[in-house]
Ligand binder design. Sequence first.
Ligand SMILES: O=P(O)(O)OC[C@H]1O[C@H](OP(=O)(O)OP(=O)(O)O)[C@H](O)[C@@H]1O
Ligand code: HPA
Length: 179
Amino acid sequence: METNISVHNKEFELFLEEETIAKRIRLMAIQLNVDYENRNPLFIGVLNGSFLFLADLMKEIDLACETEFIKIASYHGTSSTGMVKDALGMPQNLKGRDIVVVEDIIDSGLTMKYILSKIYEQEPASVSVCTLLFKPDALKEEINELNYIGFEIPNEFVVGYGLDYDGLGRNLNQIYRAV
Ligand SMILES: O=P(O)(O)OC[C@H]1O[C@H](OP(=O)(O)OP(=O)(O)O)[C@H](O)[C@@H]1O
Ligand code: HPA
């Protein structure tokens, strides 16, 4: 099996194997199936990175649930507003719903903080965050909703299984870290 790869001429080494990822996702799904029994959660995947994780996770979920996707756009605002974010495609019917936000990775946590603030505007019944990867040492703000974590990883750049390096590598079926 290939353990070292290059993406954009940057070297990466194998970090999480396909079967390791699959096993962890099955366990996460079991936990969700138990925790949301008799409820109808709405899973919101955050594009682009979560597309493979959400797809594999949903195949193991046996609840009556719905799935939506959002995409976070960042652009320069005026000098007073600085960077402006926008949650494109946010469903507008979240009031009273049980929401599970699905991410590939939480790094600084700033993206998730923004997403949560937009979701709470609609007064959902509950909100949980489910992420495949979490870098605790990089976190800048506490995320109390972070109830489902696949792997806690060191503060190193990773690629594969949805995660990109400069747009490339999302199609790798294992996760690699920079060497
Ligand atoms: O915790 P943070 O430091 O905010 O980083 C995490 C975010 O960064 C990545 O998305 P990115 O903006 O690279 O877009 P992508 O999903 O299209 O790759 C990832 O998918 C998260 O959304
Ligand atoms: O380590 C990472 N890899 C790819 N995308 C990311 N977005 C935040 N952190 C990362």
